[in-house]
Unconditional design. Structure first.
Ligand SMILES: CC(C)=CCC/C(C)=C/CC/C(C)=C/CC/C(C)=C/COP(=O)(O)OP(=O)(O)O
Ligand SMILES: O=P(O)(O)OC[C@@H](O)CO
Ligand SMILES: [Mg+2]
Length: 235
């Protein structure tokens, strides 16, 4: 079965809790050449802030996905192509693996056709997501590869996400996850800041995710990362 992300090289992650650069608009954001926009962040996200971003991006034709950090921020909008729901394979306890999901399914009527999961392997211990989920980030490359294989083969995950949010990762660990997967799509996110870093990580993954750069440097810098990712996959 084919999935939209099979054809992606680049995802832009917009944090609803952060501002765009002065003078930049969501139209500019949607015209960076990214393949999809993921809307989410770990800290201080609310349904209201989510709605603001979804509404602002709705009229452009880039696919829009919500990535909720908890069930309380999920919004119901026809502008969304879907929901990418994290599950943190190396979380310190079950809540961020299946517990939050159980609570969500209990209280909400889910649109299953638009709901997909991302099997996160969180590797930057200083990131908010690592602290919130109490992730065990002390993993060697072969541990990372083994988690990726478990995610794909035992849990049927179609997306595995190596997450270094805030810092550029260890290419050996990213490559170990990539090598472990047959069909699942490997997302890599963390510290991508320019053409070179995008090009380098894209060589070890299927999709690179760019986050803070949008809020810190703006849309022109993001466009360079799109070029870096696409060039890596064209070679
Ligand atoms: C069941 C539902 C609907 C939600 C639960 C989803 C889960 C398990 C979330 C746990 C992991 C998490 C908080 C993911 C959020 C996405 C993410 C990693 C965003 C990046 O956040 P950071 O960049 O670390 O944080 P800030 O941008 O807020 O600093
Ligand atoms: O903000 P950065 O470091 O680009 O990370 C992107 C993304 O993986 C965060 O979830
Ligand atoms: Mg962030």
């Amino acid at each position: 079965m084919s999935n939209p992300w099979d054809d992606w090289d680049h995802v832009l992650k917009v944090d609803p809790d952060k501002e765009l650069r002065d003078g930049e608009t969501f139209e500019d954001v949607c015209r960076t050449g990214t393949d999809a926009i993921e809307i989410g962040g770990t800290l201080d996200v609310t349904a209201e802030k989510m709605t603001r971003v979804v509404d602002a991006a709705a009229e452009y034709d880039v696919p829009l996905y919500q990535e909720p950090s908890n069930p309380g921020v999920v919004i119901d909008s026809p502008a969304l192509d879907g929901y990418l729901i994290p599950t943190v394979f190396n979380a310190g306890g079950p809540f961020w693996i299946t517990g939050a999901h159980k609570e969500w399914v209990r209280i909400d009527d889910l649109d299953w056709d638009r709901t997909h999961t991302e099997a996160y392997i969180v590797l930057n211990p200083d990131a908010a997501v690592a602290e919130v989920t109490d992730a065990n980030c002390d993993l060697a490359a072969d541990d990372v590869g083994a988690y990726a294989k478990v995610a794909e083969r035992m849990f049927g995950q179609e997306i595995v996400y190596v997450e270094y949010s805030g810092t550029f990762g260890d290419t050996e660990k990213v490559a170990a996850a990539h090598d472990a997967l047959d069909d699942a799509t490997l997302f890599y996110g963390g510290g991508i800041s320019d053409y070179e870093s995008a090009n380098e990580m894209a060589a070890h993954s299927d999709v690179i995710v760019v986050g803070d750069l949008l809020h810190d440097e703006g849309v022109d810098a993001v466009r360079e990362t799109v070029n870096g990712a696409k060039d890596a996959h064209d070679d």
